[in-house]
Design a protein around this ligand. Structure first.
Ligand code: SF4
Ligand code: SF4
Length: 321
């Protein structure tokens, strides 16, 4: 094994009895059309997760493994439904979920929403940004407005700095050909403002997008997404993995069966990964590069509330785009 980072990740993977991470597609609509994302090409019906479906999932996670990382994130922008998000977070806290996390493009996290979001019980907020200048940001995060986003994030950071508790705030930079020249300046800008800077690789979304990642076949590792994470679409369907963006190889529906049963149904795929039986995996896994995404790098500011970790950082990558 030549790639030490992939080697390290591979060493953490095994058959888990329940997902370590659970992604909730609160809303399948999005206000942006980012160039690195599957969402602009999504064919399946779009909608919003009903509260009773979330309650069913949250109850089972709380009863089975309350420390499971729950991510409000998949294909869509959760803050298109801010009240529903706040209600779902409140319910998750009430039933005892210990790790509630949000991934957002930040356009709608306006100053009037900053207080409720900071008070919501979230453990972590990740802003998908990917550009320092307006030109780069708006060419990658299509339909996004640079000025609005930067003002929203800076306001949230200032509000968070005034409090003695609240979520960590990460600003994410997915490295792409289009933006890599801005990475160093992006880091400096946000570290000076007290954010944690998260740098990660671009995904191939099940092999449909080109990425700059290259790892020789002989260094392939079991797919961390497959081994650790379950996703549920807004309508309850559970895809085989995040590369199964349309749910064509799904395990079933969370409305009708327990999450543990759906997870167990995907166990045979996980075993193929663990035994390196790559040729027996579904065709999607043959072209997909997402197993090589690796963990993100996180840089902490020297001062402010995020200078020291609030808790141990996640071992593995958790999020799509
Ligand atoms: S990356 Fe996020 S914000 Fe951009 S189109 Fe995809 S779901 Fe929307
Ligand atoms: S490598 Fe296979 S299991 Fe992993 S994300 Fe891609 S398609 Fe899914």
């Amino acid at each position: 094994m030549i790639n030490p980072e992939l080697d390290r990740i591979a060493g953490t993977l095994r058959q888990f009895g329940f997902p370590r991470k659970f992604a909730v597609e609160l809303c399948a609509e999005c206000n942006l059309a980012c160039t690195m994302c599957h969402h602009p090409f999504m064919q399946r019906p779009k909608g919003t997760m009903p509260m009773p479906l979330w309650q069913k999932c949250a109850d089972e996670i709380a009863a089975t493994a309350p420390s499971t990382e729950v991510w409000f994130s998949f294909c869509g922008e959760p803050l298109l439904e801010p009240q529903l998000l706040l209600e779902m977070l409140a319910y998750g806290k009430k039933v005892g979920l210990q790790s509630l996390n949000l991934n957002t493009n930040g356009q709608l996290l306006t100053p009037d929403l900053a207080g409720p979001i900071l008070d919501s019980g979230l453990n972590l907020i990740v802003f998908g940004i990917d550009g320092l200048t307006a030109k780069t940001y708006e060419s990658v995060r299509v339909l996004g407005d640079h000025e609005t986003l930067y003002a929203n994030v800076e306001h949230l950071l200032a509000e968070r700095a005034k409090r003695e508790s609240g979520p960590e705030v990460h600003v994410q930079f997915i490295v792409m050909d289009e933006n890599e020249e801005e990475l160093d300046a992006f880091k400096d800008y946000w570290l000076e403002r007290g954010a944690i800077v998260k740098v990660r690789n671009k995904l191939s979304w099940g092999g449909t997008f080109g990425t700059q990642m290259e790892v020789p076949d002989e260094e392939r590792i079991p797919c961390p997404w497959s081994l650790t994470m379950m996703h549920v679409f807004w309508d309850g369907r559970v895809p085989r993995c995040p590369g199964d963006t349309e749910g064509e190889e799904g395990a079933g529906n969370a409305w009708h069966e327990p999450l543990a049963v759906l997870w167990e149904r995907l166990g045979a795929y996980r075993q193929l990964h663990l035994e390196h039986r790559w040729n027996e995996l579904p065709e999607r896994c043959q072209d997909c590069k997402d197993w090589m995404t690796g963990a993100a790098t996180r840089l902490r500011p020297e001062e402010g509330p995020f200078a020291e970790p609030l808790e141990e950082p996640a071992e593995l990558e958790e999020k799509r785009a």
